[in-house]
Ligand binder design. Structure first.
Ligand code: SF4
Length: 392
């Protein structure tokens, strides 16, 4: 079950390597530095594709992540590498001529659920606060395209301090909201003083009982997790950290060292894992089994494995059909410990929905074709309404 991939390390680790700010300043980002700094032998086509993609979407990879990528004899990324393929450019045909609007590509947000620019209130008892619109690095399959990685739209979606104040007021008035998820982008990109203020203000609202925080820091830049940050979480009794890792190679020694800091501080939030199912990255039984079991070994609960949403960037390359995902999960069901087994779910504008693992679906989850012959699923959602969803 061990991953068979070999990692060739070619980056020089300077004394700054474990400084999370140094990692951020030295990202592969065409707008900051030519990528030949990290890949001196990249071919002209690869360079052109990187550049063209970066003109439309944010592309940023920390040296720490670059060091996880398998390289060929020339020092170039191996084309099938599961780390490189999460963050590299997409070929132009994947994003040029996209007919869905940036908002449709969100797959998730409805304008009537956003009382402020950053507060998303979809379900009665919980709310998401999208406090920042960028991350430590950027994934080429980001399901928040318009909000996070689309250069032409993300700034319009960013909130202000006024939005934060208005969101707090909304939370004070809506006492039915007991659970808040700080998300973005990645909230941990903010400095500790700002996080401290935010957590204090949320904790001052009596009806808010639990606070979660959503981050991909353990993949992009684990050095951001230090004693100060862990103590800050302890002080505000952060309830849960939701993390995103797509491949077992992201579970490194550095990640284990950072997880140990939580135990040392005497406050370890509930760790919940979530990731999309990605073709060529984690859609094989061996890789998914290794990932889920290794997460569980580290007391990280596999919470959600998401179906790749239809209008999301990279769908043609990375999407897995719903039925194939259900078959994969079904075959894993009795092979791994129960607590290591996630919910397989899809995003729908009306709310997330768990996908049944039976191959034929169920009486409330039907595999069908639409009038044009395209595969769809129809299911009864949490509001007891039948909705249709493309499975392309
Ligand atoms: S870490 Fe999350 S929000 Fe940030 S680019 Fe990746 S998928 Fe999008």
């Amino acid at each position: 079950m061990e991953s068979t991939c070999k990692i060739k390390t070619s980056l020089e680790k300077t004394s700054d390597w474990q400084d999370w700010k140094w990692q951020q300043r030295n990202r592969l980002d065409w707008r900051v530095a030519d990528p030949s700094r990290y890949f001196p032998n990249l071919g002209p086509q690869e360079r052109q594709n990187l550049r063209a993609y970066s003109d439309h979407y944010k592309l940023a990879i920390t040296p720490y992540v670059l060091d996880l990528i398998e390289r060929d004899a020339l020092g170039n990324p191996v084309a099938t590498d599961p780390i490189w393929n999460q963050f590299r450019y997409l070929p132009p045909e994947e994003y040029q001529g996209i007919t869905s609007s940036p908002e449709e590509r969100e797959n998730w947000e409805r304008p009537d659920e956003l009382p402020t620019k950053i507060l998303h209130h979809k379900y009665p008892d919980r709310a998401i606060l999208r406090v920042v619109n960028h991350c430590f690095g950027h994934c080429n399959y980001c399901y928040l395209t318009a909000r996070v990685i689309d250069r032409n739209h993300s700034d319009h979606k960013a909130g202000s301090r006024d939005d934060w104040a208005r969101s707090l007021e909304y939370l004070r008035q809506h006492t039915e909201i007991r659970d808040v998820l700080l998300s973005g982008g990645d909230p941990l990109i903010l400095d500790n003083a700002r996080l401290d203020r935010m957590l204090s203000e949320l904790r001052s609202i009596p009806s808010i009982k639990t606070i979660r925080l959503n981050t991909r820091v353990l993949t992009f830049n684990p050095f951001r997790i230090d004693r100060d940050l862990v103590n800050l979480f302890a002080e505000h009794k952060l309830t849960a950290l939701e993390i995103h890792m797509a491949h077992p190679r992201e579970l490194t020694r550095e990640v284990d060292e950072r997880l140990a800091l939580f135990d040392a501080a005497g406050h370890r939030p509930v760790f919940l894992w979530r990731s999309p199912l990605l073709a060529g990255i984690n859609d094989s039984e061996a890789v998914l089994e290794e990932l889920l079991v290794k997460l569980y070994e580290r007391r990280i609960t596999p919470y959600y494995l998401f179906h790749f949403a239809p209008n999301t960037l990279g769908r043609a390359q990375r999407g897995v059909k719903i039925r194939d995902g259900a078959a994969l999960l079904s075959s894993l069901r009795r092979k791994i410990p129960g607590p290591a087994f996630p919910r397989y779910a899809l995003f729908h504008l009306d709310g997330k929905h768990d996908i049944p693992l039976e191959q034929g679906g169920s009486s409330e989850f039907l595999y069908e074709n639409d009038a044009a012959g395209n595969p769809v699923v129809r299911f009864k959602n949490w509001k007891q309404q039948w909705v249709t969803y493309p499975d392309i």
